[in-house]
Design a protein around this ligand. Structure first.
Ligand SMILES: NC(=O)c1ccc[n+]([C@@H]2O[C@H](COP(=O)([O-])OP(=O)(O)OC[C@H]3O[C@@H](n4cnc5c(N)ncnc54)[C@H](OP(=O)(O)O)[C@@H]3O)[C@@H](O)[C@H]2O)c1
Length: 307
């Protein structure tokens, strides 16, 4: 059936990849929305309107004008340390605004797909299935968990929560680095980095994540789904793989531990997500890190040729 899909946070890393994927299908009429007055991307067959998810009137206006059947909320305050310091802003964006989106969805019978995180867990028993018991250790995780719960207000059979972790990839004019782009840029400049051996994750290639969300939409899957990469490893080992893939100097990547390096927000030690449910129900089959980095290198080269 033909669907009208509203994507929030469409200028972000995931938002851009998702809008590109969904708007390529004739089955969907996609409206991309973002904090900024204009899209950071171009050349896609979708509409764009600015929409701050904290602005009640703007949100109501967009719902009224576009009347979405599906809302995919990719908008979030994703700076984990920033969330620890600017708690009000974090709660407003990551929790209160989800409540508002859920209420708007409920009013028109739309389906809300809410993006969430492995940081809802405390990292003592990872990797986690969808049934793991949340117990966030930082403010970002607390607010995202509240956002998950708020999404349920869209109504029975009208919400999906997608948990992911360490999303990497590239997009157009992204204002923030992700782990992969930070490692690549820093090593290219010949600067050494220190990376945690005791933060264990399942890094997620953004195009696999957008593929997984596309499958959730196609199959109409409700409830909680983990969508991440297939490999569980430390951030240090991930950095080594990035360095090797881009033929950068691996000796610049130095191991450290969370206890040796202070961060404003606590991080869970071992998270990572078990993706068996998505694999069996959606045929979700994300690339290995080696394959994802090769794909990314190919895309980057192609994008540079097009520009
Ligand atoms: N990236 C990760 O490693 C990771 C891990 C786990 C979960 N997630 C979740 O995945 C989702 C997508 O994250 P991402 O990686 O795409 O992050 P991102 O690149 O930081 O994108 C988030 C987007 O949200 C927008 N935004 C922030 N406040 C907004 C507001 N009030 N109204 C409208 N838009 C607003 C941002 O706009 P500006 O660019 O203008 O600030 C940005 O475009 C989020 O829910 C995040 O919590 C991400």
């Amino acid at each position: 059936m033909y669907q009208r899909i509203l994507v929030t946070g469409a200028n972000g890393l995931l938002g851009q990849a998702l809008v590109a994927r969904l708007s390529a299908s004739v089955m969907y009429d996609v409206l991309a929305t973002g904090n900024n007055p204009a899209p950071r991307f171009s050349g896609l067959s979708c509409g764009f309107v600015p929409m701050d998810i904290c602005d009640r009137e703007a949100v109501s206006r967009v719902f009224e004008d576009f009347a979405p059947s599906i809302v995919i909320n990719c908008a979030a305050m994703t700076d984990v340390d920033g969330c620890e310091e600017r708690r009000n802003a974090c709660w407003r964006i990551n929790a209160t605004s989800v409540e508002r989106l859920a209420r708007e969805c409920h009013a028109i019978g739309a389906w809300l797909i809410q993006l969430s995180t492995d940081f809802v867990f405390d990292g003592k028993a990872g990797p986690y299935t969808e049934e793991g018991r949340p117990n966030p250790v930082n403010y970002y995780g607390k607010a995202k968990l509240a956002g998950e719960n708020a999404a349920r207000q869209a109504g029975i059979g009208k919400w999906t929560v997608v948990r992911t972790n360490v999303v990497y990839g590239t997009g157009r004019s992204l204002p923030r680095s992700n782990f992969m782009t930070w490692v690549r840029r820093t090593l290219r400049s010949g600067t050494s980095i220190r990376v945690f051996t005791d933060q264990i994750r399942t890094p997620t290639y953004v195009h696999d994540l957008s593929d997984g969300i596309g499958r959730i939409v196609r199959h109409g899957k409700r409830g909680v789904y983990n969508l991440s990469g297939p490999e569980l490893l430390s951030m240090y080992d991930f950095a080594l793989q990035i360095a090797a893939a881009y033929r950068l100097d691996v000796s610049l990547v130095n191991p450290t531990t969370a206890s040796a390096m202070a961060q404003r927000a606590l991080r869970p030690r071992t998270t990572g997500l078990i993706i068996l449910k998505a694999a069996s129900e959606l045929d979700y089959s994300p690339r290995s890190i080696t394959q994802a980095l090769a794909h990314l290198k190919h895309r980057t080269a192609r994008d540079l040729c097009l520009n």
